[in-house]
Design a protein around this ligand. Structure first.
Ligand code: AMP
Ligand code: GLY
Length: 439
């Protein structure tokens, strides 16, 4: 591939509106190469404070591409899976003038089509749970009736983290199959399902930058998906996350790179699909070794908040190297301190919740008492400005992220700072990262 030197000054368009993007924006702004950083018109209030707002709607890609041309945007960074599925990457990519961090629709299929991901893994002998694919309700129901040992029913399309049901009994599995194929609660995203073996073991998220050829495996983070303390209650997008995690030993990361990341990207290459962006492998460490539960083709939210807090690299250069196939030439390192992000949520989340409630206490959270080598960062998620006031605009509202010597201390600090953030019905988990030992 031709060499594409990173310009001295890079104007960046960052797509996505939430907490992950605020953390990315904060790190992009620290780059010595950042020119103007642009974000979407409905980006949260935190993003709008540190970036300029692009006037074009993301839905009109033709106009957006013309605007990129006018504003001399050299790098587009895509956060959310929906935009990858819509193939914004292909539509905005215009080398050598403009490169995109984020795979095209074909690469993102690893995330938006779990049946495709399974097929790729099978062909590449990547360790994963055995699974069958169904579109017919009767056949699926006949099959689950034989699964006395339990199984996992998965809608194959994008369901914002809600399309997976872990079923211990045949009744549960029957209901999950009917939800997808009969009641169609996930619409088109659930019309094809996977029924897979139930695996057991701790879970680890391994995120790697990939330029289609080389990888850079990032320090691992672990998120907490259940809404309640002690991992109880329904699944959410993620109530908090911390990094590093003792579950992701260097040995485990090497195995995941060798047995999962490399063969998967090689398989895509054989299909003429260049993968440039984040490959995120959700792994379960089973007694028979680590196995893939799912792929995401983007940064995780909220895993990105602690990862960006710890990243010691120029993020513009890193995204540029990923987007242009030059990852082999860059170095990435991480702050030795640990980071923990606690997400303050709206009452009712992950179900329905009110919006427009005034938020206060951000300065109190930021200035909470701490040691000189500790930090507290506030990343907005679902916030907006209304008549000059900061108000809630989502289920996950603010991610309070602390850096400290150990995960345990970072967790204490983030939890104490989260308690300073106030709006009606605000709540957060108080046990993010506390299972982690303190060494
Ligand atoms: P996914 O969206 O595929 O990562 O699934 C969401 C959650 O469901 C995972 O984080 C796991 O906790 C659980 N899960 C998914 N697949 C399996 C499986 N084969 N066995 C056990 N649990 C699973
Ligand atoms: N926190 C999980 C995800 O971003 O998919």
């Amino acid at each position: 591939m031709a060499r594409f030197r990173c310009p001295e000054t890079v104007n960046v368009l960052l797509l996505g509106t939430g907490g992950r993007e605020h953390a990315l924006a904060w790190r992009l702004k620290k780059s010595k190469r950042i020119g103007t950083l642009w974000v979407e018109a409905d980006a949260n209030a935190g993003l709008q404070e540190i970036a300029r707002v692009c006037p074009e709607p993301v839905g009109d890609v033709f106009r957006l591409a013309r605007w990129c041309e006018r504003e001399d945007i050299a790098l587009v960074v895509i956060g959310p899976e929906g935009l990858l599925h819509a193939d914004i990457a292909t539509k905005l990519s215009d080398p050598p003038k403009r490169f995109v961090f984020g795979p095209n629709r074909a690469g993102a299929q690893l995330e938006w089509d779990k049946a495709f991901a399974k097929q790729v893994m099978r062909a590449a002998t990547v360790p994963t749970a055995d699974a069958r694919v169904f579109t017919d309700a009767e056949q699926a129901l006949a099959y689950v009736a034989t699964r006395v040992d339990g199984c996992v029913v998965k809608a194959t399309g994008l369901c914002a983290g809600k399309g997976v049901v872990v079923c211990k009994t045949i009744d549960e599995a029957t209901r999950a199959v009917e939800d997808c194929l009969v009641r169609k609660v996930f619409g088109d995203a659930g019309l094809t399902i996977l029924i897979e073996d139930l695996l057991e073991g701790p879970e680890v998220s391994v995120l790697a930058l990939c330029d289609g050829q080389s990888f850079w495996v990032l320090d691992a983070a672990q998120d907490h998906k259940r809404v309640g303390d002690g991992d109880t209650g329904p699944n959410t997008g993620g109530m908090g996350a911390f990094s590093p995690t003792s579950k992701a030993t260097p040995e485990l990361l090497r195995v995941v790179e060798r047995d999962v990341l490399v063969p998967t990207v090689d398989a895509l290459k054989r299909m003429d699909i260049p993968f440039r962006g984040v490959l995120y492998a959700g792994m379960m460490v089973t007694p028979a070794g680590p196995k893939v539960l799912e792929f995401n083709t983007r940064f995780g939210d909220p895993e990105t908040q602690p990862i960006m807090a710890r990243l010691k690299a120029d993020l513009v250069e890193l995204c540029w190297a990923t987007a242009t196939g030059q990852l082999a030439e860059v170095e990435v390192s991480f702050d030795r301190r640990a980071a923990c992000c606690v997400v303050v949520c709206s009452k009712g989340y992950p179900g329905s919740y009110a919006k427009g409630l005034e938020i206060t206490g951000l300065d109190d959270a930021r200035s909470i008492e701490r040691a000189p080598d500790e930090e507290v960062l506030i990343f907005h998620a679902g916030t907006m400005r209304k008549h000059g006031k900061l108000v809630t605009n989502g289920g996950r509202v603010i991610g309070v992220t602390a850096l400290a010597a150990t995960v345990r201390r970072a967790s204490e600090l983030a939890t104490a700072a989260a308690a300073k953030i106030r709006f009606e019905g605000a709540f957060f988990r108080r046990d993010i990262g506390i299972s982690e030992h303190s060494s």
